[in-house]
Design a protein around this ligand. Structure first.
Ligand code: NOJ
Length: 886
């Protein structure tokens, strides 16, 4: 196990770094390993140059101010703000250099998607997958607001989230739980709502990981293996994997993080097709593209490919010595002419513009916490070995009333899969026997394992950089004991050999779970992904349920899980009356659940993925890929658009529980469904707007004097800290090389002429016409039950015209809405909308979004297999349908 724990003392931390470097080898894998051929048809075509930022009018003010500041910067200041200062070289998980002379501070980048990582006095929010399961856009936003307030309160400039990649292509994938579900629309909407909430607080959101990080193991480059290549065809890339990134860019995310792996053979942090082409030109992204941590593999190539910031600054190998591909090397590259000055100016301007755009020039607090220690005082530069001491922790409490939104998300996510005979809710007076270690906080402490790298006790989040420390953990057993009169807890995952014979009305509540996380840790044989456990409950959970079901006539199963579990071993047992998936609830795991069990609240969560009957129901191309010694594993997305329900539907495989499924204690009916055409659709979108002139173009693009890069005289260097200066002799030599007339060997297809941009492109999200609302759908939702109030989720799926040349999944989610709580017999009207993009396919020949000719059917209902209404775009009529699309 490689530990990169911030809690370690400096000496041990250095050993950890060494351990990582040993694992990865002695020099960059990228440099010595041959790159395997990717299969035919998967292309990462050259795309140069990097489009300047600043051509989106919404960003114009920020860019004007930024260009003014950047025009006053020396070369070394520009390269300093584009790079990290080194692993553990500042309070945060990532720290940039500064330009303090001009008032531009060091910026703090901090994990992670569900809360401020490795610190105290924060809220441990429910994970992304839990948030997705609420299907509640307002809650997604409110969670974002609360997260933003906490990151700002701790002085973090960047929130390293939300995660919309992985998308969930592989059910065993380790980090699917950090995102919102196995569907691009669910991911896209939840990601955008999070970004909106976070950024309204002035914090820069960092949408990650672009793209293809669908598996944890073998994601990184090393001397024995290149990071795997996710080979994704153009259409699939646009319609699935890039889709939620487009939503995030449209929502204004300030930053994007690349991923460790390659796409179509080119490592993501230096993939010009991905960064220059797709993210910056087609999606018109105006902010900052940064690497994932230690995913930086080259200096010049990554700069030319459009990277703006490397994190945490070091080269992967050997990180202990304080080497970087950027910082002083980027300065050198600018002086010797290999990285053109307009690229240096562009990256610096993008960074400063994002800072202005988020208002961080106005009294933004500096970090008041340390990722490295919980002590009040500690080394200012923890991995320097010799470092001055600073006050590093001020223990600022940023929780405010965020427990309320955390609990609301945890509760609204709880998904009732099965409820035979309306067994739930139960009375608090019923005798309860509770089984499973997952009901209770880890006896060694809720935060006993670094980054949650163990599965002991209640599973409230997965492991790795997406975790945070619990300030407290409201566990289910405490909550059950608080509420119910007669609770017996068997704190074991093995069914007790002898227990009293239960009475006929006794209820057994069985807690089981399934964990996963980041590849930096191996937990019970799982290397991040669920490679050892598969989709079965951990700790013999299936046997526990079966044993309880043999003894008790009334069994309620509660599942805490990172993703789908196969429930077949016990789901049909007659004693298993009810099954609740509580996902990963974070700190509010107790009352959020027990209020559902006892009927103080009605479940309203819906599955953000399908639960198959067997893992074999999925295509073998989505299995985990294996080790490729001295090569690059090829992970080829041959299934194309067909993942999760798209695949099951196409292949006639009925899942145990369909995507979007979720029961309530009451029932809802839809009526008065109507479709309104808002914007007449042409086959192709109207012509994209031309780019306005970027202020970056007006900056001085000549190579500056070498003296702009000299170390200040008498400067006291900290060993391992990364600086952007060069010794004067080195700077002079670089400058002279640049004047010698020798041209750098630029990659094939390299150009320095700014492009007009692709037809599908446009500012912040692509051609604005893609976001035009084509149709709205209105429906009345009525609570038709007799006794419980509850919230309904209405889901809209599109079925493309039959006979079209484009092979398209039968149905695809396009919008959803959750009602407020409806009292019995009451109703409300909801409105959903479909944009031009929602009704388009990506045409690989035209390189544009095309609306296929013919009749679209818009299906409306409460799950992907419960779509009782259909509207036709040809007739405009909507009607009830018993048949459904699948
Ligand atoms: C690697 C993870 O993949 C990424 O999500 C995280 O933000 C960084 N490490 C920083 O911890």
């Amino acid at each position: 196990m490689v530990v990169l724990s911030a809690d370690l003392p400096a000496g041990l931390r250095m050993l950890s770094l060494l351990a990582l470097s040993n694992l990865a080898g002695l020099s960059s894998g990228a440099a010595i390993l041959p790159r395997d051929d990717v299969p035919a048809g998967y292309v990462a075509a050259p795309y140069y140059p990097t489009p300047y930022g600043g051509w989106d009018d919404d960003w114009a003010d920020a860019y004007t101010k930024a260009a003014d500041l950047v025009s006053q910067m020396t070369l070394a200041e520009k390269t300093n703000i584009s790079s990290g200062t080194g692993f553990f070289m500042g309070p945060c998980v990532g720290n940039t250099g500064s330009a303090l002379r001009l008032g531009f501070p060091q910026l703090c980048l901090q994990d992670g998607p569900l809360g401020v990582r490795t610190t105290d006095n924060i809220t441990a929010f429910p994970a992304g997958i839990t948030t997705g399961a609420t299907w509640n856009k307002q809650l997604m936003y409110e969670r974002g607001v609360a997260l933003g307030q906490e990151f700002k309160g701790k002085g973090a400039n960047f929130y390293l989230g939300p995660s919309v990649g992985p998308l969930g292509r592989k059910p065993r994938g380790g980090r699917n739980w950090e995102g919102f579900g196995a569907d691009p629309v669910l991911q896209g909407i939840a990601g955008a709502q999070t970004i909106k909430g976070v950024q309204e607080q002035g914090v820069i959101a960092t949408l990650k990981h672009a793209i293809g990080n669908e598996q944890e193991e073998y994601r990184m480059y090393s001397v024995i293996q290149a990071g795997y290549s996710s080979n994704i065809d153009d259409r699939t890339l646009h319609e699935l994997y890039l889709w939620p990134f487009a939503d995030g860019v449209h929502a204004g995310t300030g930053a994007l993080m690349t991923s460790y792996n390659a796409v179509n053979g080119s490592a993501d942090s230096q993939n010009a097709y991905l960064i220059n082409g797709l993210l910056k030109d087609e999606l018109g992204f105006q902010g900052i593209v940064m690497t994932d941590w230690l995913a930086h593999l080259s200096g010049v190539s990554s700069a030319l490919a459009g990277l703006d910031m490397n994190m945490p600054g070091d080269t992967l190998i050997p990180i202990v010595l304080g080497t970087s591909y950027w910082m002083y090397e980027l300065t050198r590259s600018a002086l010797n002419g290999s990285v053109p000055m307009d690229r240096i100016n562009d990256m610096a301007t993008r960074i400063v513009a994002t800072w202005y755009k988020l208002g961080q020039d106005q009294d933004y607090p500096p970090p008041n916490f340390s990722s490295n220690t919980r002590d009040r005082e500690g080394p200012c530069y923890p991995s320097a070995l010799i470092s001055p001491t600073c006050v590093v922790n001020q223990y600022v409490n940023v929780q405010a009333d965020h427990a309320t939104v955390a609990k609301a998300v945890a509760q609204e996510a709880i998904t009732l899969l099965k409820n035979n005979g309306s067994f739930l809710p139960i009375s608090t007076s019923v005798p309860l026997s509770v089984f499973g270690t997952d009901a209770q906080t880890d006896p060694a402490g809720a935060n006993s394992c670094t980054d949650k790298s163990c599965n002991r006790g209640l599973l409230g989040m997965g492991w790795g950089s997406g975790s945070a420390d619990y300030p407290y953990l409201d566990d289910p057993i405490s909550s059950l004991k608080r509420k119910a009169g007669n609770v017996t807890y068997y704190d074991s995952d093995t069914f007790p050999s002898s227990i009293p014979t239960p009475g006929a009305n006794d209820v057994a509540i069985v807690f089981i779970n399934s964990d996963s996380g980041e590849n930096s840790y191996t937990v019970e044989g799982n290397h991040g992904d669920r490679d050892a456990s598969g989709l079965s409950a951990w700790h013999n959970g299936d046997a526990l349920v079966k044993a309880a079901a043999a003894k008790y006539s009334n069994v309620v199963v509660v599942i805490h899980t990172v993703g789908p579990l196969v429930l077949e071993p016990w789901i049909d047992l007659p004693s298993v009356k009810s099954v609740l998936v509580a996902h990963l609830p974070g700190q509010e795991a107790g009352d959020s659940l027990t209020e559902i069990i006892f009927g103080e609240a009605t479940p309203s969560g819906h599955l953000p993925y399908s639960i198959p009957k067997s893992e074999d129901d999925y295509p073998s191309s989505t299995d985990l890929i294996t080790f490729e010694f001295l090569g690059q594993a090829q992970d080829t997305y041959t299934e194309g658009l067909y993942i999760d329900y798209r695949y099951l539907n196409k292949n006639g495989k009925t899942p145990r529980y369909a995507f979007g499924h979720g029961l309530s204690y009451t029932t809802f009916a839809l009526s008065s469904v109507s479709l309104t055409s808002v914007t007449e659709l042409t086959t192709l979108p109207p012509t994209r707007p031309a780019k306005s002139t970027s202020v970056v173009a007006s900056l001085n693009q000549t190579i500056p004097a070498a003296s702009e890069a000299y170390y200040p005289s008498g400067f006291n260097r900290i060993w391992r800290y990364l600086y952007s200066w060069l010794d004067s002799g080195e700077a002079d030599a670089a400058y002279a090389a640049g004047q010698s007339g020798t041209e750098y060997a630029y990659p094939a297809g390299y150009s320095e002429t700014q492009k007009a941009g692709p037809p599908a492109g446009g500012p912040s999200g692509g051609n604005p016409a893609l976001w035009d609302v084509a149709y709205t759908i209105s429906a009345t939702v009525r609570n038709t039950g007799a006794s419980h109030a509850g919230k309904a989720v209405v889901q809209a799926y599109v079925q493309y015209p039959s006979g079209s040349a484009y092979d398209t999944p039968v149905i695809q989610l396009r919008d959803f809405i959750k009602t407020d709580s409806l009292a019995t017999s009451s109703s409300s009207t909801v409105e959903l909308s479909l944009t031009r993009r929602d009704l388009s396919v990506w045409d690989t020949t035209l390189q544009n979004w095309v609306v296929p000719a013919g009749e679209f059917k818009i299906w409306l209902g409460q799950a992907s297999d419960d779509l009782g209404w259909v509207c036709s775009t040809s007739t405009g009529a909507c009607q009830e349908s018993d048949a459904g699309p699948v």
